[in-house]
Design a protein around this ligand. Structure first.
Ligand code: TA6
Length: 290
């Protein structure tokens, strides 16, 4: 999977999935090559920031529940509701490690790549094959995740996103600021509404907010605030499955819904991305504890 010489602080993982482990004075973390999936990130002295299910399926070609799944080139089942796998092919494809460095302060800088030509054409028959994806990760006290899509000789049209699962002490004592006044479509009712104040959680929540704003996840149980800045994303999806959906989801434990919230940077539906031949598109989240 790699002939790159790994610096101190980064080691290879073979099982249960191939990937790398980061362990530096600034942070610990795990990144699997399957899906370029950031499965864990814990800055030194903190609770984990990313949530990962104890029942996550760690098998090549399967989606991983928790961490930061990549959404590309479609969201959910796509615009016609017929696309598989859910949320696209990037999160179930095997990526290559292109670069791994550690700064003197202990920040790991990692780049993974995926060539369209190496992806099974059956998975996305409508895509040209000369695209290339890169995931740039800077993992230290802050986590910066940048998904960059490079078009080849053909134009590319896609949805994208970072489907980040954030660990919280208790969902009942969690609220998200930064979306006051934003229009959203409610995926549970198909209705539209405008957010009033902070988002709090009293039931299943699955909304696409039209917003480029920075989010703050305020966690009164762990007494911490996560700051989530983003670039290249016109919308934020906020998701928590609550009781029934968690119980019906095989790779989620029955009580897991209390321990996480997804705050996703996305471009979907009317905000899908068009990249000219030879062009590129970047979507990113910068996550810090304040
Ligand atoms: O992004 C929100 C969402 O699409 C929800 O509707 C929910 O189903 C979730 O993602 C999880 O999707 P997954 O394919 O990982 O089960």
């Amino acid at each position: 999977m790699t002939d790159i010489e790994l610096p101190e602080g980064i080691t290879l993982l073979d099982a249960p999935l191939a990937g790398i482990k980061v362990d530096t004075p600034a942070a610990t973390g795990v990144i699997y090559f399957n899906g370029a999936h950031i499965a864990a990130w814990t800055p030194a002295g903190q609770h984990p920031v990313l949530w990962l299910s104890d029942q996550a399926i760690l098998e090549r070609g399967k989606a991983i529940r928790g961490g930061i799944p990549l959404l590309w080139p479609w969201f959910g089942a796509g615009d016609d509701g017929q696309h598989t796998p859910m949320h696209g092919i990037a999160r179930v494809s095997t990526w290559n490690l292109l670069r791994a460095k550690v700064s003197p302060a202990g920040t790991a800088n990692i780049v993974l790549g995926l060539d369209g030509a190496a992806v099974d054409p059956e998975l996305a028959p409508d895509l040209p094959r000369d695209y290339r994806l890169e995931l740039h990760i800077s993992m230290g006290k802050t986590l910066i995740v940048q998904l960059v899509v490079f078009a080849g000789d053909s134009e590319l049209f896609f949805e994208d996103g970072l489907h980040s699962y954030f660990a919280v002490g208790d969902i009942h004592k969690t609220r998200i600021e930064g979306l006051d006044g934003a229009a959203y479509s409610d995926r549970l009712t198909d209705g539209c509404a405008t957010q009033q104040g902070a988002v709090s959680f009293e039931g299943e929540t699955d909304r696409i907010y039209e917003s480029r704003e920075t989010l703050r996840i305020i966690d009164d149980e762990w007494n911490r605030t996560l700051l989530i800045e983003k670039v290249g994303s016109a919308q934020s999806v906020i998701w928590n499955p609550w009781i029934a959906k968690a119980a019906a989801t095989p790779d989620l434990g029955d009580d897991d819904w209390q321990e996480f919230v997804c705050a996703e940077a996305v471009n979907v539906r009317d905000q899908s991305v068009n990249v000219e031949p030879g062009g590129r598109h970047l979507i990113s989240q910068t996550i810090s504890i304040i």
